[in-house]
Every structure is written in structure tokens, then in C-alpha cells.
Design a protein around this ligand. Structure first.
Ligand SMILES: Cc1ncc(COP(=O)(O)O)c(C=O)c1O
Length: 395
């Protein structure tokens, strides 16, 4: 048998998906599992969004459609980014994609030469390093360390820039830490990008899921218009994970390359989902703020409860819906703790190294579940925490 291409060996999967697979297997064996591993809102799109999809289908909007995305959606995204982020972007700069992940993939594919370096946050979304490697690029991490309150350290980023650095990836609010980059950090990162002529890939998928503050997009900073690409989408802010809808806002000279990749792959995103997405952005029923309010309540309860578990330490995240828990105090590795939680307590969460080496002492829990479910999860963890309390006592 002929082997698959060697580049495949440089890519990696996602920890969340392998934990999910094991959790599902345990469920098939009759076990009760609380799923806190996936980054998926437990909401569904609002009724007007579903109606818009149905109406679009009734109107025959099930054909091939414009490669870059239907104009109505691209125009609505420009209006939406102005309303929610104060950005002035043109519909001509918006490219619709079937999900943020493919938008990210295509942006990197359009921009990277083999050997180009990409700066990305560690811990961070696993795709950043994996896609870069798959395209022959070189991922170079900058750390989100507890000593910096999980913020990027612009001095570290500056020290890691070389003549081969081409792209700086930012992700605020971030997965898995929930960090919302400060204005000062973003300003310095933008200055570095201008000084060293870097492109910035700003993954803003969690921009709407933010607690008690206004969102600052990277595109707002001086010099970003010609060098920053925003990646955003509908999976998280509009609870539309399975619809596979995302978009890139790119400088004009990059848009044709993204369109070329679209022509050579999926041709266009399903037409009727794009019309439903227009309705999601308008959000006439206020679904997104309602969902975020609910996440805020869960965050407060869940973080408070997790901090009661012996050996756990968690700072409330400023955005997204993940609790990033330092488990070093258990005396066990994050892999051991998550293994015990899943196998003995039926609570699925992810050992932090799945998000990069800097995550090794952490476990990520998604709190996109009801307050009752989250309460039960912590009760179950409390019961089995004797496993590591024994370790602590024995030291
Ligand atoms: C930071 C980040 N970027 C991108 C994605 C991919 O999102 P999508 O479902 O739109 O492909 C995710 C999903 O978990 C994410 O957390």
C-alpha cells in the first residue's frame, strides 16, 4: 500500500475530540457522563434564525452561489462588526467560509511560505500549531503564563521575532484560558507587527462572549487595516456549531487568494445557511446577550465551586466559556486528574497539554452546561478527590 503524504505526520488531532470519543464509549457501556470537554454552547439558534433557514429553502436558495459569500450576508457582517466592535469594514473584504477552522486554514495557506514562522499563544487552540506545521511553516509559541495573568508578554513576543516571522496569531477572548487581552498588550502587539512587517491573524470567535467589559478588536489599532485578518463565525456567539459558518475579514490584496482557495475546494458555503446567518447577526430576539448572561451566572457558580475542590485553583475567565484550572496542588499530573475524573466520576474534561506545553498543569472544563449539571459535576469530583488527597497526605 502506498503511504499517505508525509505532511500528515506533522499535523495533530484535538484533545477534546479524543476525550469525547472515550466519554461516548463509556456512555455506550451504560455510564452516566457529564460532558464538559467540548467547546459547544448548549443552546440552539433562536427561532427567527431557524425560520429564516426554512424560508430560504422554501424560496429555492439551495443552489451554487457566489464564491465569496452572498452579498446580503457580507453586507450584514460589515454592519454587525460596526455595531458590536466599532469597526469600519467593507463587504468586499469579507469572505464567507464553512467554519472558522477552515477560514484559519485558508488564511495560513494563502499567506505562508515553507519555513515561515508563525507566532501563536501557548496554551492555545490546537489548530494554530497543527495547521502551520501541515503547511510547512514553523510554529513558535509565546506563553500565556499565570505570572502574567495569562496575558501575552509583548517582550517575549518581541524576543521571538526573527527575519522568518510572517504571522502573529492572537486569540482574545482565548481558548482555553478565557483571557481577554488588555488594551496595552494589544497595542504593543500591533506596534510589533507594524515594526517587523508581520501579518496579524486575530481569531475573534469568542468576541461576543465576554464578561463585563467592551470588546477591543485587533483591527482597531494603528497600521492594522493593511495587515490584520479577523477570523470570526457563528459557532460560539450564535450557538450554530453544526451549521459550519465562519468568515474572514481580510485586507483587499489577500481576498483574491482566499477566493481562489474556495474555488478549488468547497466552491461556496450553503446558500440557505447564509441567509439564516443574516438573521442571526440582526439578533432581533436578543438571543446572544441572553446566552452570555446565562454563561456569566454559570461562570460565577462553577469557578467558585471548582475552587473548593482540594488542589484546584481557578481564576474567573474574562471571556469564552472555559474554566482553566491549575491542578498542580493535587500532586498528580493533569492527565491523571482528568483520567480519574472521567473513569471514576464520569466527568469529561481535557488535560491542558492538549493546548500546548504551557498547559501541562491545567485542566480545561467547558461551562456550556446548565447550572444544575455543573453543580453535579463538582459534587462528583469532590467525591473522588480523595484519590489525590491521598497522594497529598502521602507526600
Ligand atoms: C479559538 C478557536 N478558533 C476557532 C475555532 C473553530 O471554530 P468553528 O466551529 O467555527 O470551526 C474554535 C472552536 O473551538 C476555537 O476555540
Amino acid at each position: 500500500m502506498r503511504p499517505v503524504a508525509s505532511r500528515m505526520a506533522s499535523m495533530s488531532g484535538e484533545g477534546a475530540l479524543s476525550v469525547f470519543a472515550r466519554a461516548k464509549e463509556l456512555e455506550r457501556q451504560g455510564r452516566s457522563i457529564i460532558h464538559l470537554e467540548l467547546g459547544e454552547p448548549d443552546f440552539h439558534p433562536a427561532t427567527p434564525v431557524l425560520d429564516a433557514a426554512k424560508n430560504a429553502l422554501d424560496d429555492g436558495k439551495d443552489r451554487y452561489c457566489p464564491v465569496q459569500g452572498v452579498p446580503a450576508l457580507r453586507e450584514e457582517i460589515a454592519i454587525y462588526l460596526n455595531r458590536t466592535r466599532g469597526l469600519k469594514v467593507s463587504a468586499d473584504n469579507v469572505v464567507i467560509a464553512p467554519g472558522c477552522k477552515i477560514a484559519l486554514f485558508f488564511a495560513l495557506m494563502a499567506l505562508l511560505e515553507p519555513g515561515d514562522e508563525v507566532l501563536y499563544p501557548d496554551p492555545g487552540f490546537p489548530g494554530y500549531a497543527s495547521i502551520t506545521l501541515g503547511l510547512g511553516g514553523v510554529p513558535v509559541f509565546f506563553e500565556l503564563a499565570e505570572r502574567n495573568r495569562l496575558q501575552p508578554d509583548p517582550d517575549e513576543v518581541a524576543a521571538k521575532i526573527t527575519p522568518r516571522t510572517k504571522i502573529l496569531i492572537t486569540n482574545s477572548p482565548g481558548n482555553p484560558t478565557g483571557t481577554v487581552y488588555t488594551d496595552a498588550v494589544q497595542r504593543r502587539l500591533a506596534e510589533l507587527a507594524v515594526k517587523h512587517d508581520l501579518l496579524v491573524l486575530s481569531d475573534e470567535i469568542y468576541a461576543r462572549i465576554i464578561y463585563g467589559r467592551n470588546y477591543l478588536s485587533m483591527l482597531k489599532y494603528p497600521g492594522m487595516e493593511e495587515r490584520a485578518l479577523i477570523i470570526d463565525g457563528f459557532s460560539k456567539s450564535f450557538a450554530m456549531t453544526g451549521w459550519r459558518l465562519g468568515y474572514t475579514v481580510a485586507p483587499a490584496h489577500i481576498v483574491p487568494a482566499l477566493n481562489m482557495l474556495t474555488v478549488n475546494s468547497y466552491t461556496c458555503v450553503a446558500e440557505f445557511t447564509q441567509y439564516a446567518a443574516v438573521e442571526a447577526l440582526r439578533d432581533t430576539s436578543g438571543a446572544t446577550p441572553r446566552m452570555v448572561n446565562e454563561f456569566a451566572k454559570r461562570r460565577e457558580q462553577f469557578v467558585r465551586d471548582l475552587n473548593r475542590v482540594p488542589g484546584f485553583r481557578c481564576v474567573p475567565p474574562e471571556g469564552a466559556f472555559y474554566a482553566w484550572v491549575n491542578i498542580a496542588g493535587t500532586g498528580m499530573t493533569a492527565e491523571q486528574v482528568s483520567h480519574i475524573m472521567l473513569e471514576d466520576a464520569g466527568v469529561a474534561a481535557i488535560a491542558g497539554a492538549a493546548f500546548g506545553p504551557a498547559g501541562k498543569d491545567f485542566v480545561r472544563f467547558s461551562f456550556a452546561s446548565s447550572t444544575a449539571t455543573l453543580q453535579e459535576a463538582v459534587e462528583r469530583i469532590m467525591k473522588i478527590s480523595a484519590a489525590w488527597q491521598g497522594t497529598l497526605a502521602g507526600r
